[in-house]
Design a protein around this ligand. Structure first.
Ligand code: PRP
Length: 205
Protein backbone atom coordinates (compact mmCIF):
# COMPACT_ATOMS: atom_id res chain seq x y z
CA UNK A 1 0.00 0.00 0.00
CA UNK A 2 1.33 3.47 -0.92
CA UNK A 3 0.03 6.24 1.34
CA UNK A 4 -0.35 9.52 -0.51
CA UNK A 5 -0.86 12.91 1.20
CA UNK A 6 -2.66 15.34 -1.08
CA UNK A 7 -2.97 19.06 -0.35
CA UNK A 8 -6.59 20.02 0.31
CA UNK A 9 -8.03 22.70 -1.96
CA UNK A 10 -7.74 23.84 -5.55
CA UNK A 11 -4.17 22.63 -6.08
CA UNK A 12 -5.10 19.26 -4.58
CA UNK A 13 -7.93 18.69 -7.06
CA UNK A 14 -5.57 19.33 -9.96
CA UNK A 15 -2.92 17.08 -8.46
CA UNK A 16 -5.46 14.30 -7.93
CA UNK A 17 -6.42 14.61 -11.60
CA UNK A 18 -2.77 13.94 -12.47
CA UNK A 19 -2.62 10.84 -10.28
CA UNK A 20 -5.87 9.53 -11.76
CA UNK A 21 -4.72 10.20 -15.33
CA UNK A 22 -1.62 8.22 -14.46
CA UNK A 23 -3.91 5.29 -13.60
CA UNK A 24 -4.09 5.72 -9.83
CA UNK A 25 -7.86 6.11 -9.70
CA UNK A 26 -9.94 6.07 -6.57
CA UNK A 27 -13.71 6.40 -7.19
CA UNK A 28 -14.62 6.88 -3.52
CA UNK A 29 -12.65 10.14 -3.32
CA UNK A 30 -15.21 11.78 -5.63
CA UNK A 31 -18.15 11.02 -3.38
CA UNK A 32 -19.38 14.14 -1.76
CA UNK A 33 -18.63 13.49 1.90
CA UNK A 34 -16.32 14.72 4.60
CA UNK A 35 -14.12 11.68 4.80
CA UNK A 36 -10.38 12.32 4.69
CA UNK A 37 -9.01 8.89 3.80
CA UNK A 38 -9.78 6.99 0.57
CA UNK A 39 -8.48 3.65 -0.51
CA UNK A 40 -8.25 1.63 -3.70
CA UNK A 41 -7.21 -1.73 -2.34
CA UNK A 42 -6.85 -3.30 -5.75
CA UNK A 43 -4.30 -0.69 -6.85
CA UNK A 44 -2.66 -0.59 -3.45
CA UNK A 45 -3.09 3.13 -2.87
CA UNK A 46 -4.51 5.20 -0.06
CA UNK A 47 -5.09 8.94 -0.50
CA UNK A 48 -5.67 11.40 2.27
CA UNK A 49 -6.37 15.12 2.24
CA UNK A 50 -4.24 17.26 4.53
CA UNK A 51 -3.69 20.97 4.99
CA UNK A 52 -1.18 21.95 2.25
CA UNK A 53 1.37 23.23 4.76
CA UNK A 54 1.19 19.91 6.67
CA UNK A 55 1.95 17.55 3.74
CA UNK A 56 5.71 17.66 4.34
CA UNK A 57 5.25 16.75 8.02
CA UNK A 58 3.20 13.64 7.15
CA UNK A 59 5.80 12.58 4.59
CA UNK A 60 8.86 13.36 6.68
CA UNK A 61 7.51 11.29 9.59
CA UNK A 62 6.39 8.43 7.36
CA UNK A 63 2.63 8.74 7.98
CA UNK A 64 2.55 9.22 4.19
CA UNK A 65 4.99 7.56 1.79
CA UNK A 66 4.67 10.33 -0.75
CA UNK A 67 2.86 13.65 -1.03
CA UNK A 68 2.59 16.87 -2.95
CA UNK A 69 3.94 20.04 -1.34
CA UNK A 70 4.73 23.56 -2.50
CA UNK A 71 8.39 24.51 -2.90
CA UNK A 72 7.67 27.39 -0.47
CA UNK A 73 6.96 24.90 2.32
CA UNK A 74 10.02 22.80 1.42
CA UNK A 75 12.27 25.86 1.53
CA UNK A 76 10.76 27.19 4.74
CA UNK A 77 10.80 23.99 6.79
CA UNK A 78 13.58 21.99 5.06
CA UNK A 79 11.91 18.63 5.78
CA UNK A 80 14.17 15.59 5.46
CA UNK A 81 12.45 14.12 2.37
CA UNK A 82 13.31 13.37 -1.24
CA UNK A 83 12.00 15.71 -3.92
CA UNK A 84 11.11 13.48 -6.86
CA UNK A 85 9.27 15.61 -9.38
CA UNK A 86 8.33 19.18 -10.23
CA UNK A 87 4.65 19.18 -11.21
CA UNK A 88 4.86 22.74 -12.51
CA UNK A 89 1.42 23.24 -10.99
CA UNK A 90 0.56 25.99 -8.53
CA UNK A 91 3.16 28.27 -10.09
CA UNK A 92 3.86 31.49 -8.21
CA UNK A 93 6.85 33.29 -6.75
CA UNK A 94 8.16 34.29 -3.37
CA UNK A 95 8.76 38.02 -3.50
CA UNK A 96 9.60 41.08 -1.47
CA UNK A 97 6.93 43.77 -1.76
CA UNK A 98 6.51 47.25 -0.36
CA UNK A 99 4.24 50.28 -0.62
CA UNK A 100 4.48 51.88 -4.06
CA UNK A 101 7.47 54.22 -4.26
CA UNK A 102 8.66 53.46 -0.73
CA UNK A 103 12.31 54.28 0.08
CA UNK A 104 14.23 52.86 3.02
CA UNK A 105 17.02 54.22 5.13
CA UNK A 106 19.84 51.66 4.83
CA UNK A 107 21.09 52.58 8.32
CA UNK A 108 17.83 51.36 9.90
CA UNK A 109 16.96 47.70 10.52
CA UNK A 110 14.45 46.64 7.88
CA UNK A 111 11.18 45.34 9.36
CA UNK A 112 9.96 42.34 7.35
CA UNK A 113 6.49 40.82 7.84
CA UNK A 114 6.05 37.26 6.57
CA UNK A 115 4.61 33.80 6.97
CA UNK A 116 8.02 32.48 5.84
CA UNK A 117 10.63 33.66 8.40
CA UNK A 118 13.33 31.19 7.33
CA UNK A 119 13.09 32.07 3.64
CA UNK A 120 13.17 35.77 4.53
CA UNK A 121 16.15 35.36 6.90
CA UNK A 122 18.14 33.32 4.36
CA UNK A 123 17.44 35.84 1.62
CA UNK A 124 18.48 38.91 3.62
CA UNK A 125 21.48 37.09 5.14
CA UNK A 126 22.70 36.41 1.59
CA UNK A 127 22.47 40.16 0.96
CA UNK A 128 24.04 41.05 4.33
CA UNK A 129 21.00 43.12 5.29
CA UNK A 130 19.95 43.33 8.96
CA UNK A 131 16.28 42.60 9.44
CA UNK A 132 13.64 42.40 12.13
CA UNK A 133 11.24 39.54 11.33
CA UNK A 134 7.56 39.98 12.16
CA UNK A 135 5.94 36.55 11.82
CA UNK A 136 2.30 36.71 10.73
CA UNK A 137 -0.11 33.94 9.74
CA UNK A 138 -2.05 35.56 6.92
CA UNK A 139 -3.18 38.81 5.24
CA UNK A 140 0.49 39.82 5.21
CA UNK A 141 -0.27 42.73 2.88
CA UNK A 142 -1.81 44.63 5.79
CA UNK A 143 1.52 45.01 7.58
CA UNK A 144 3.13 47.77 5.46
CA UNK A 145 -0.21 49.54 5.01
CA UNK A 146 -0.61 49.89 8.77
CA UNK A 147 3.06 50.65 9.40
CA UNK A 148 3.72 47.33 11.12
CA UNK A 149 6.54 46.54 8.68
CA UNK A 150 8.59 48.18 5.92
CA UNK A 151 8.31 45.27 3.49
CA UNK A 152 6.67 41.87 3.22
CA UNK A 153 8.02 38.55 1.97
CA UNK A 154 5.08 36.67 0.55
CA UNK A 155 3.70 34.60 -2.28
CA UNK A 156 2.67 36.48 -5.40
CA UNK A 157 0.55 34.61 -7.90
CA UNK A 158 -1.41 37.02 -10.09
CA UNK A 159 -0.22 40.16 -8.28
CA UNK A 160 -3.81 41.28 -7.73
CA UNK A 161 -3.60 41.36 -3.92
CA UNK A 162 -0.55 43.63 -4.06
CA UNK A 163 -2.09 45.89 -6.68
CA UNK A 164 -5.37 46.29 -4.84
CA UNK A 165 -3.52 47.26 -1.68
CA UNK A 166 -1.23 49.83 -3.28
CA UNK A 167 1.82 47.60 -2.92
CA UNK A 168 4.36 46.57 -5.55
CA UNK A 169 6.78 43.67 -5.92
CA UNK A 170 10.34 44.84 -5.34
CA UNK A 171 12.40 41.66 -5.82
CA UNK A 172 11.72 38.03 -6.64
CA UNK A 173 13.34 35.64 -4.17
CA UNK A 174 12.48 32.31 -5.80
CA UNK A 175 10.00 30.70 -8.20
CA UNK A 176 7.56 28.29 -6.55
CA UNK A 177 5.60 25.26 -7.78
CA UNK A 178 4.21 21.98 -6.45
CA UNK A 179 6.63 19.05 -5.95
CA UNK A 180 6.21 15.32 -5.47
CA UNK A 181 8.06 14.36 -2.29
CA UNK A 182 8.84 10.98 -0.72
CA UNK A 183 9.66 9.71 2.74
CA UNK A 184 13.28 8.53 2.75
CA UNK A 185 12.73 5.06 4.17
CA UNK A 186 9.55 4.49 2.12
CA UNK A 187 11.60 5.35 -0.94
CA UNK A 188 14.02 2.60 0.01
CA UNK A 189 11.48 -0.09 0.97
CA UNK A 190 8.74 0.71 -1.58
CA UNK A 191 11.16 1.78 -4.27
CA UNK A 192 9.59 -0.13 -7.18
CA UNK A 193 6.05 1.12 -6.45
CA UNK A 194 7.11 4.73 -5.86
CA UNK A 195 9.38 4.85 -8.91
CA UNK A 196 6.66 3.35 -11.12
CA UNK A 197 4.20 5.97 -9.90
CA UNK A 198 6.67 8.86 -10.31
CA UNK A 199 7.52 7.66 -13.82
CA UNK A 200 3.85 7.53 -14.88
CA UNK A 201 3.29 11.01 -13.48
CA UNK A 202 6.39 12.31 -15.23
CA UNK A 203 5.11 11.02 -18.57
CA UNK A 204 2.06 13.24 -18.16
CA UNK A 205 4.01 16.44 -17.52
C1 PRP B 1 -1.68 34.24 -0.81
C2 PRP B 1 -0.58 35.24 -0.57
C3 PRP B 1 -1.17 36.52 -1.08
C4 PRP B 1 -2.04 36.06 -2.23
C5 PRP B 1 -1.35 36.32 -3.54
O1 PRP B 1 -2.58 34.35 0.23
O2 PRP B 1 -0.24 35.30 0.81
O3 PRP B 1 -1.94 37.16 -0.10
O4 PRP B 1 -2.25 34.64 -2.06
O5 PRP B 1 -2.14 36.00 -4.65
P1 PRP B 1 -2.32 37.00 -5.88
O6 PRP B 1 -0.96 37.48 -6.28
O7 PRP B 1 -2.96 36.14 -6.95
O8 PRP B 1 -3.21 38.11 -5.44
P2 PRP B 1 -3.61 33.23 0.64
O9 PRP B 1 -4.76 33.24 -0.32
O10 PRP B 1 -2.89 31.93 0.77
O11 PRP B 1 -4.16 33.73 2.05
P3 PRP B 1 -3.45 34.46 3.29
O12 PRP B 1 -3.38 35.91 2.96
O13 PRP B 1 -4.36 34.18 4.42
O14 PRP B 1 -2.09 33.86 3.46
Amino acid sequence: MINIALPKGRLGSRVLEFFENAGYVCPSIHENNRKLVFENEELGIRYFWVKPSDVAIYVERGAADIGVAGKDILLEYSPDVYELLNFGLGKCRMAVAAEKGARFDASQTLRVATKFPNIAKDYYRSKSVDIDIIKLNGSIELAPILGLSDVIVDIVETGTTLLENNLEPVETIVEISARLIANKSSFKFKNDEINALAKKLEELL
